[in-house]
Design a protein around this ligand. Sequence first.
Ligand code: HEM
Ligand SMILES: *[C@@H]1O[C@H](CO)[C@@H](O)[C@H](O)[C@H]1NC(C)=O
Length: 355
Amino acid sequence: MAFKALAALTFAALQVTNAALIRRVTCADGNTVNNAACCSLFAVRDDIQQNLFDGGECGEEVHESLRLTFHDAIGLGSNGGGGADGSIAIFEDIETNFHANNGVDEIIDEQRPFVQRSGMTVGDFIQFAGAIGVSNCPGAPRLPVFLGRPNATAPAPDLTVPEPFDTVDSILARFADAGNFSPAEVVALLASHTIAAADHVDPTIPGTPFDSTPETFDTQFFVETQLRGTLFPGTGGNQGEVESPLQGELRLQSDSELARDERTACEWQSFVNNQQKIQNAFAAAFTKMTVLGHNVNDLIDCSELVPEPPVFTKAATLPAGLTHNDIEQACAATPFPTLATDPGPATSVAPVPPS
Ligand code: HEM
Ligand SMILES: *[C@@H]1O[C@H](CO)[C@@H](O)[C@H](O)[C@H]1NC(C)=O
């Protein structure tokens, strides 16, 4: 009897513990979440997927929204700034005049009505839009979502956002100052340039991508930045732009140098044809970046709102017409992975269509 009672009590206690661990909140719309504060995000997610990202594409607005997560978050360091606090949009008149922020006014203005009707703070919205947008890109990792960043009360200072013509020394120093990012984490963050194009580096060729697959979160960016450069008419010669071996592709001087610097070259090469690594390393580095200026323990984790991105399994390749001899080996420790070459004659990379 006594044993039975004790057993029953223990069982009840276990049930309580279990319930506390798995208790889910049911939102008014029927969705279930871990924290009631996440309920309002379902409608915001659907709104931006439909009306900002054109029904769930990995196009121009997603690329720009991801760039904006960085330009807002990196705005802090020894000269001040609040990190991921929305200051770039709240103080748009000031921060978009900083040279490195050229062009971000477009996505700030596109996002503004969505921010207004979301009820979110601006810093939360910018990071949320980036995480949801990236989930549309095949091969991407699921990025985390946190809530609770207060609206910025002051702009970030100038010169927090690195420029493509900055030296590797100054780029690594800036990331270390902003958030203690290691050189390996800087390389991981630059995986973002696999879904990216430039409008303003060379204004004569807007929408020119940094790799041949700007709508896929694959590792081609790490392959193609390692190719020997060839100067094509219309590319090269602008500030921060270096020659690219592929017609229609633009290579940033900073990406070119990070791919070849002894501090970062082996890490850069290690991403080639390693889909698991690009996913894990980018998600980890983004997780640090997205909460810059905040204590993550003060924020609410709403990551469960982020859809599972489409799977991508294609192996990395050398662009058509090229061989292993076109790789400019920079990592001294390990040889460049052996890759197949795309079939057919050399082709030109298409620009990212404007929205
Ligand atoms: C060394 C650091 C970095 C430099 C120098 C740099 C520089 C640039 C430049 C010059 C552009 C082209 C802008 C234009 O002309 O339209 C660009 C685009 C982009 N950057 Fe970076 N970037 C850096 C790091 C990052 C990081 C850490 C992220 C995100 C985690 C990021 C995400 C993007 C994206 C997604 C685009 C494409 C935007 C679009 O296609 O509209 N960048 N970056
Ligand atoms: C933050 O600013 C946005 C945009 O101005 C506004 O819609 C939102 O209500 C503000 N949130 C708070 C908590 O002040």
